[in-house]
Design a binder for this molecule. Sequence first.
Ligand code: AMP
Length: 270
Amino acid sequence: MQICKTPVDLQALKAQNIGFVPTMGALHAGHLSLIERARAENDFVIVSIFVNPTQFGANEDFSTYPHPLEKDLELCAKAGVGAVFTPQADSLYPFKEAISLNPPKDLLGFEADLRPGHFNGVLQVVLKLFNLVRPTKAYFGQKDAQQLLIIQRMVQDLFLPVEIVPCPILRDFDGLALSSRNVYLSPEQRQLALKIPKALNTIHEAYKAGITQGTNLLALGQEILSPLEVQYLSLVNRQLIPLEHIEPNNSLILVAVRVGTTRLLDNLWL
Ligand code: AMP
């Protein structure tokens, strides 16, 4: 496995049919499921590990985000990754940036309200990474639903020559969606956080039993989540427009909860 530390190292790689998995590191089984899919569908897999400063707000966890690089590299090597790109921020942002990308207005709200500027930073780094890696396919988790939708729109709007492959959410043994931020939770907080998958499961079961009205479904979820600090729990379609009733195969339940100082995101694609 090659380790590319700079854009120049990466551009020197001779590979075709590249499957690309962008990450911020602290890899877990969710990331590995994206890597596995990329391996199955491409000749060569590139993983980037980069905690992108421009997508973090001033009071967020940029400086404390976990960085177990050695362990991540071992996991990538075992998973059959061809190359890992681990740039420093100054190699991706050597100049004061002159061009900025704005996320589409109709896909704002939710994370964009709570993290102003977050998606501008995400689009900025993802476009740079696509231009450096030149992947045939790029793999993104449905765990970050809004990010996935916004990136799909960027690819569509800018005719980027890459296919975005959405990948299902991987969960831990207890149902909590895997996230690099789960390490911030104390055992007690983790128990509380389990209310999130429980709320989504209850909504799913109720939907399968025939309840389709949003207010009824969300009330069931809200009851389970109480007394956690729910930042949003919403039923939207896959263009992020609020829905009154579930539209089969076009609906999303989005949830963000704060447990202590940790924000946890989860969702259900229906
Ligand atoms: P991150 O390192 O958090 O930026 O995540 C890198 C990629 O892994 C993103 O496309 C995430 O959506 C995806 N991802 C994170 N957690 C999960 C999970 N539990 N299941 C599937 N994909 C995930």
